[in-house]
Design a protein around this ligand. Structure first.
Ligand code: DON
Length: 568
């Protein structure tokens, strides 16, 4: 008889336990449906959500729907995203459980340089950095849409672009957010005749409900439908763009456009409470920051703590992740981002060791600033189709209407994504974010993003979420993920009162309903500075599939009235 050493015996025991465990997981999983059978889309505009379902009904999958939703948003929500901007689409393909991020982030033009926004006295010229063609990086959205359609979709690009072309030609009614943002940006838009003609028809902010049509944008989209990315990056449209940008003081060239490249990036993965998080890698800072924060938080079991204690620990995690964002993150093709260190549980353990339970850690390692503006733009949508394919996409022109600059004859505004670079070491950008070498301006480099499209994968539930909001994207997605972990669904994540800390400025910024007066006092007693704002932020859209019950749910943030979540 074979003799079994105690070690062998325990190995065998371990093997048996593992075998039984995997049998259990297999059995429970196979009890659950392997596809949702229904599709859910939640986006920032009802016409975009409808367009996604229209394309699904024609036999398209989630990726075709993503092309339709993105392109309709590029028409109806130019405050936030468009073909003059960029996007990150995070995909899950159900047939082989493949996850990938399509990086359609803008690239700096070849003539860009480190000091391009500095005045003679060395200060940053904020107007140049955010308004007008010099603020615009080379757009990536069109190349990304083609990449999605060709490599992941079932329908031709031209078919998925149809709703956008139709809406651009026939027009769409002005809605509350568009109306308000036009009022807010009217002065800047007026600097450029083409943007004025498109968005201030009759020379003034249009009335609510007035129909805006963008026939020139419809023409450009038709060209893309016919020729793919070449219809935008080479040929007549490209020539028009380059000539228009240069005539107004910009630095784009034909080579910049022709040389735009989409990248497929391996997502960041994090694990929390038995779920796997799949989220945005660099050139976004979001995934790494979220992974780092979850790693710091997991051993605390924050869901079991009282509100003040939980908030304190979540804020301390935010503070540390945002410090690392400023120091270490940038385009990985240009800067050696220490990704594996930042998302390692051991690294988080080191950071956790410096967190006191009853006292805030002051962010005094870098000079603080005090001019954080409110983030209200960029767009996010979440899709799951009946086969279980998923898309989390965040799209942007950066701040409201991007640079507000429009090349005559095109119908779309150009982004001001160059401001997502650090224009000067330690100098805050539009979101009060600071950066150093990792995110300095370099030709053809991608500016660091906070966009954090995220998937949560579990045996019992899967979820898709994200939001706009500049630097606050990261903290909003973290709060959404923690809310999912607490057992709640999309209706709850999108409604949740939000708070945020980004290392500098060293304060918690909170929505009006985030804390009671007593909770604010308790946080202050721990040494936190708390600023309760008189406004809300973000525009989160999420979907969830409960594999146990088969239920598919979706929700759109009520902070904006145009959003729509539809399960069909
Ligand atoms: O990529 C980024 O991080 C920014 N351009 C996102 C801007 C944004 O979310 C604006 N919304 N408030």
């Amino acid at each position: 008889m074979e003799e079994i050493s105690p070690i062998d015996g325990s190995r065998r025991g371990l093997k048996t336990t593992l075998y039984l465990l995997s049998l259990f997981v297999y059995c429970t999983q196979s009890l659950y449906a392997d596809h949702p059978g229904k599709a859910a889309i939640a986006s920032a505009h009802y016409l975009a959500t409808e367009a996604g379902h229209e394309v699904l009904a024609q036999g398209g999958n989630a990726f075709d729907a993503a092309v339709a939703v993105s392109s309709v948003l590029a028409v109806v929500e130019q405050t936030s995203s468009g073909i003059g901007g960029g996007a990150l689409w995070l995909l899950h393909r159900a047939s082989d459980n493949h996850e990938v991020m399509i990086d359609g982030r803008e690239m700096a033009p070849a003539a860009a340089h480190k000091d391009m926004y500095l005045n003679a006295d060395g200060s940053v010229n904020r107007d140049l950095a955010v308004n007008g063609p010099l603020a615009a990086a080379i757009p990536g959205e069109v190349a990304g849409l083609e990449h999605l359609a060709v490599n992941y979709g079932k329908l031709p690009l031209a078919q998925s672009l149809k709703p956008a072309i139709r809406i651009a030609r026939e027009g769409f009614p002005v809605y509350t957010k568009l109306f308000r943002m036009l009022e807010y940006k009217e002065k800047v838009i007026r600097r450029w005749p083409a943007a004025t003609k498109a968005f201030l028809p009759a020379g003034k902010v249009p009335e609510m409900g007035q129909i805006i049509s963008l026939p020139e944008l419809a023409d450009v989209l038709e060209k893309i439908a016919g020729e793919g990315r070449d219809g935008f990056y080479t040929g007549a449209v490209a020539q028009k763009l380059v000539a228009g940008v240069r005539a107004a003081g910009g630095i784009w060239s034909m080579e910049d456009l022709a040389g735009y490249v989409v990248k497929e990036r391996k997502p960041v993965r994090a694990h929390y409470a038995g779920y796997e998080l799949v989220t945005a890698p660099p050139p976004s800072s979001g995934g790494i920051a979220i992974a780092e924060m979850l790693n710091i938080l997991e051993p605390y079991h924050v869901e079991k703590l009282g509100k003040v204690q939980r908030t304190h620990l979540v804020v301390e995690a935010m503070r540390r992740a945002f410090r690392d964002r400023a120091l270490y993150l940038g385009d990985p093709d240009f800067y050696p981002v220490p990704q594996s260190m930042l998302i390692a549980p051991d690294y988080a353990a080191g950071l956790r060791a410096g967190i006191m339970f009853d006292k805030a850690t002051p962010s005094d390692m870098l000079p603080g600033r005090d001019n954080l503006p409110d983030g209200t733009d960029t767009s996010h949508f979440s899709i799951i189709d009946s086969a279980g394919n998923m898309v989390a996409a965040t799209l942007t022109v950066n701040t409201i209407f991007g640079s507000s600059f429009m090349v005559p004859g095109t119908g779309f505004v150009l982004n001001n994504e160059m401001d997502d670079f650090s224009a000067k070491p330690g100098e805050p950008n539009a979101y009060g974010l600071i950066g150093f070498t990792a995110n300095e301006i370099q030709p053809k480099k991608r500016p660091l993003s906070s966009m954090s499209p995220t998937l949560i994968l579990g045996a019992d539930k899967v979820a898709v979420l994200g939001t706009p909001g500049g630097s606050r994207i990261i903290s909003m997605v973290l709060l959404g993920v923690l809310d999912f972990m607490a057992g709640n669904g999309p209706q709850s994540w999108v409604k949740l009162p939000r708070y945020h800390h980004q290392f500098l400025p060293d304060r918690i910024s909170a929505e009006p309903d985030a804390f009671t007066a007593e909770e604010v006092l308790a946080l202050q007693a721990m040494g936190h500075s708390v600023e309760v704002r008189n406004r809300c932020w973000g525009n989160m859209h999420g979907v969830m599939w409960d594999r146990k019950t088969g239920e598919v749910t979706a929700a759109s943030d009520a902070r904006s009235d145009a959003g729509r979540a539809i399960v069909r």
